[in-house]
Design a binder for this molecule. Structure first.
Ligand SMILES: [Mn+2]
Length: 390
């Protein structure tokens, strides 16, 4: 052995230092050239000649127009299939039963996402160098009408999903979980999805306050043949806000629940195995529905129904990351961020972290960038027998 060979990396940190070396800088260089071309070269007194007069890229972080991670705003939705990942906002809070404000969730998440760079140290990935990302803006929701909003959401998500771009949905309250899943199911043909649901609440009752509210998405989603209830995994459930009528449905339909104590006592890796085993049993892909209130209320004050005793952020992020690395993921939604109740944007920041971590792990697992459209996507829309929302 050559005595000058570097030692085998022993820690994640050492590996991370090496991984960074292998990342290209092409995307960054293109961004600089584009900024100088479109935004004028900087004033003569500026020594760093990569700086432009008008901010046109990542820097400075406090400047610029707030798309998610300052990704290009894709106004022409017909071109969404040209991107690996499409971020879409669903500003909807007509399904809330206590604190509203999630209609401002997409804005809040976009705003604080400006704090992030596209590079992650531990993963050794750089979104700017490895995938194409766009922000398609928001779904046109109809305030005070859940059902019309659901139709709009399903139609929008079906369009993004069938294009082949990986859909990342920024809610919005959790009532959107039904129409987002319905949009994906339209293009699953005979294939099936498992749903992995991070939450303190079961969200499985048929109606609440006489409507399909944010306590109800999984009752309706698991009525669809593409999303069986036995493949619904519910992680972090517990506390004093779980409606008994929802618990009854979980029992009847045999959903798969772990409490925080289950996960703490049996371990995070047990939770990962449990989730993968149940969500992938007989299915072709996994949809992740991440309710920000699954995290302990101390970390996420800006949410509709905060509940103490939830996940520590690193626990939830660990489980999420392992699941994304090992399952074919068909979409992600992050819901229940309510900026009017937030403090220092920390709830929105948690949502940003969930979204960025998911993209990072999708890259690590080889699911992104998308070379081919995943086999579970059917271009031909399956006709809904229950309701036509096209
Ligand atoms: Mn919840």
């Amino acid at each position: 052995m050559n005595e000058f060979q570097p030692p085998i990396p022993e820690s994640e940190a050492q590996q991370a230092l090496e991984l960074e070396r292998q990342l290209p800088l092409t995307g960054w260089q293109q961004e600089v050239s584009r900024s100088l071309e479109l935004g004028l070269e900087a004033a003569a007194s500026i020594n760093d000649r990569t700086i432009s007069t008008f901010a046109r890229g990542e820097l400075p972080h406090y400047a610029g127009i707030n798309t998610f991670l300052k990704a290009p705003y894709l106004e022409d939705i017909w071109k969404v299939g040209e991107y690996d990942v499409a971020i879409v906002g669903v500003p909807h809070d007509s399904g809330t039963t206590y604190r509203p404000g999630t209609r401002f969730g997409p804005q809040g998440i976009r705003r604080i996402s400006a704090l992030y760079t596209p590079y992650n140290f531990e993963l050794g990935i750089d979104l700017r160098e490895q995938i194409t990302l766009c922000d398609v803006g928001d779904i046109f929701t109809i305030p005070a009408n859940n059902e019309k909003s659901f139709d709009q959401i399903s139609k929008g998500i079906a369009h993004i999903f069938s294009s082949g771009a990986f859909p990342i949905i920024m809610g919005g309250d959790h009532s959107i979980g039904y129409p987002t899943v319905r949009g994906i199911c339209r293009h699953l043909g005979d294939k099936k999805m498992g749903i992995i649901h991070f939450d303190r609440h079961v969200d499985t009752q048929e109606t609440d306050l006489d409507e399909r509210m944010h306590t109800c998405p999984w009752f309706h989603a698991t009525n669809m043949k593409n999303a069986p209830a036995q493949n619904l995994v519910q992680l972090g459930i517990g506390g004093w806000q779980v409606p008994r009528q929802g618990v009854k449905i979980c029992r009847q339909r045999s959903t798969n629940i772990l409490t925080i104590t289950d996960i703490v006592e049996k371990g995070l890796d047990y939770a990962v195995e449990f989730a993968l085993e149940r969500a992938l049993d007989g299915t072709d892909c996994v949809y992740i529905s991440f309710d920000i209130d699954c995290i302990d209320a101390g970390f996420v004050p800006g949410t509709g129904w905060p509940e103490p005793g939830g996940f520590m952020p690193r626990e939830a992020l660990y489980i999420l990351g392992k699941i994304v690395q090992r399952a074919p993921i068909c979409g992600l939604e992050v819901v229940e961020v309510s900026p009017p109740y937030d403090i220092s944007d920390i709830t929105s920041l948690m949502a940003t972290r969930v979204i960025c971590d998911t993209m990072g792990h999708l890259i690590k697992s080889g699911q992104l960038p998308r070379k081919d459209k995943p086999a579970y996507i059917e271009m031909e829309a399956r006709q809904e027998s229950i309701v036509d929302w096209s």
